[in-house]
Write a protein that binds this ligand. Structure first.
Ligand SMILES: *[C@@H]1O[C@H](CO)[C@@H](O)[C@H](O)[C@H]1NC(C)=O
Ligand SMILES: [Ca+2]
Length: 310
């Protein structure tokens, strides 16, 4: 699983008017979080995972006591089996729920804009008309027909009942194709289409390296190129036939071995589990509130120390 929560890079084409970077529209872009997970530079990543992108900043403004009170209430909600312990599994379910709700709210915030006739469905025509011909100058230097064709493909893939109208769940898949099996296929095809220059339906090593702008037979390989080559051979090409098929490409793009919610749940437990019993009590979480929810008050001293920066 990927980390959709914070991701609104190229896949937010649906809502963005800016000129997409032509070469960079690779799905990989979408898999990079805009907040890097570096705890030594603050806990923004953890806050967004635990509270959601919308609520995290609000929490940050609360006085310490109120922040702790609300965190306590959240802990009670996370403890679904009511055994007074928060397990990794319970945390992971919570993080997934935060993520799903965020995605849903994001979709809701765009819904009315596109559902022009307010019939509770967004037809492809409705979407297209609203987005591409509402009189806004889309800029002449960029060919939007390609973006539209791409969105057309995604829309059809997301439209499971094939009536060319998206309900809310279908619209979510359209907005976040990287999170759904049936829309991922389009992204895989797209990536293969770009890299598989000889069109044999596979990405071979030569094509892969050329896509990274590393010509074959290059003497002085740039830094990282050898690593990329080894990764291709050792990791990406699972069946060792020298090329990537659809499944291998999909595994490369979507990393089924990496679960964002699982990794984050493990991280939160590891960092707060004072008595090392593998699960958290409310006390352990409250004692580590800074990582879970943060608070202006706790950062107050730090902010004062840094006042010369402002
Ligand atoms: C997500 O939304 C559902 C339905 O509104 C709600 O019951 C649930 O508690 C929410 N999850 C989180 C993590 O806020
Ligand atoms: Ca409609």
């Amino acid at each position: 699983m990927t980390r959709p929560l914070l991701l609104c890079l190229f896949f937010c084409v649906a809502f963005s008017r800016s000129k997409p970077t032509e070469k960079k529209n690779r799905v990989m872009e979408a898999l990079l979080s805009h907040v890097q997970h570096e705890d030594d530079k603050g806990f923004e990543y953890d806050h967004e995972a635990f509270l959601g992108e919308d609520d995290a900043p609000e929490f940050d403004k609360l006085p310490l006591e109120e922040s702790l009170r609300r965190l306590g209430l959240i802990v009670d909600r996370i403890d679904v089996n009511k055994d007074e312990f928060i397990s990794e599994d319970e945390l992971q379910l919570w993080i997934q729920s935060v993520q799903r709700n965020h995605t849903f709210h994001q979709m809701e915030s765009q819904w009315d804009h596109y559902d022009a006739d307010q019939d509770g469905l967004i037809s492809w025509d409705e979407y297209k008309r609203t987005k591409y011909s509402d009189g806004t100058d889309l800029g002449s230097e960029f060919d939007y027909s390609r973006v539209m064709e791409r969105e057309d493909r995604l829309f059809r893939a997301a439209d499971r009942d094939a009536d060319l109208k998206a309900d809310k769940q279908e619209f979510i898949a359209f907005l976040h194709p990287e999170n759904h099996q049936h829309t991922r296929e389009v992204l895989v095809q797209e990536t293969m289409g770009e890299i598989d220059k000889n069109g044999d339906g596979f990405i071979d090593l030569k094509e892969f390296m050329e896509d990274l702008n590393i010509p074959e037979g290059e003497e002085n390989l740039p830094e990282g190129a050898e690593t990329e080559r080894q990764h291709f051979l050792d990791k990406k090409d699972k069946n060792k036939d020298g090329k990537l098929d659809k499944q291998e490409t999909s595994d490369w793009l979507f990393r089924p071995d990496l679960s964002y919610s699982d990794a984050e749940a493990k991280h939160l437990v590891t960092e707060s589990d004072t008595d090392k019993d593998g699960k958290l009590t409310k006390t352990e979480i409250l004692n580590n509130h800074e990582m879970f929810v943060g608070s202006q008050v706790t950062n107050y001293g730090e902010a004062l120390l840094r006042h010369d920066e402002f």
